[in-house]
Design a protein around this ligand. Structure first.
Ligand SMILES: NC(=O)c1ccc[n+]([C@@H]2O[C@H](COP(=O)([O-])OP(=O)(O)OC[C@H]3O[C@@H](n4cnc5c(N)ncnc54)[C@H](OP(=O)(O)O)[C@@H]3O)[C@@H](O)[C@H]2O)c1
Length: 200
């Protein structure tokens, strides 16, 4: 399994620290050329290597750590996403919820990554917490994972464990997944909205 993180800002670097801490190879990319990212990547650890976006997208598993509004730009970089797993670590804020066609944000982005297996995860912790060692007082910090593709969750759960997290699967994007989708500045209301609709 090969891994890439697209976006090397607060969340991208936080995740890169987790890969480095556990000696797992990962490539990192952004709009900037790899030479611009390389010093920061090297500072995180020897297993973190900066590449061009095009080269980073050769990985099997790609973590999106970019502003939500940029997802289409990244999606356009590959003619097909078949065979790829995309881990959506983004939150849709500041995009107004009305612009998501009433969909959970990961279902919304999945439309652009045609053929990919989309798994939502690593999106609910602040960057500083995500960057810190997830083994805390003998326990493991929880990561929630959800996907409409049942086969896609196990390898991502395995990665989360290797990174030191305790993965908790919440099912499909429009089921338990609604608990961990931001809706504007808020968390969780999508699930209540759905329940409310069912009661009407
Ligand atoms: N910050 C948090 O605590 C937090 C917590 C949970 C989830 N999130 C989510 O994580 C995502 C990233 O947030 P962040 O705080 O890490 O943002 P950030 O610090 O602004 O970093 C964004 C990164 O994305 C890159 N980028 C932007 N457009 C790109 C494109 N078209 N192609 C490739 N790379 C691109 C930027 O680099 P270049 O300018 O070099 O391209 C930068 O490295 C957001 O969706 C956010 O909602 C953030």
């Amino acid at each position: 399994m090969s891994y890439a993180i697209v976006g090397f800002g607060k969340i991208g670097q936080a995740l890169a620290h987790a890969f480095a801490r556990n000696n797992i190879n990962v490539t990192v990319a952004s709009r900037r050329p790899p030479e611009a990212l390389a010093p920061q990547a090297r500072a995180v650890g020897p297993t973190v290597v900066a590449k061009s976006l095009r080269d980073a997208l050769e990985a099997d598993t790609i973590i999106l750590a970019i502003p939500f509004g940029e997802h289409r730009e990244v999606a356009k970089a590959l003619p097909s996403w078949k065979g790829k797993t995309v881990i959506d670590a983004m939150n849709s804020f500041p995009l107004p919820p009305e612009e998501l066609d009433g969909l959970p944000s990961s279902t919304f982005i999945a439309k652009s990554f045609t053929g990919a297996k989309v798994v939502k995860g690593f999106n609910h912790l602040g960057a500083a917490t995500l960057a810190s060692d997830p083994v805390v007082e003998g326990g493991h910090r929880v990561i929630f994972l959800l996907s409409d593709d049942e086969d896609a969750i196990a390898p991502v759960a395995d990665l989360a464990k290797r990174l030191g997290f305790a993965p908790v699967t919440l099912g499909k994007l429009n089921e338990g997944g609604l608990l961990v989708h931001a809706w504007g500045r808020f968390w969780g209301p999508l699930i209540f909205q759905d329940l409310f609709k069912k009661q009407q």
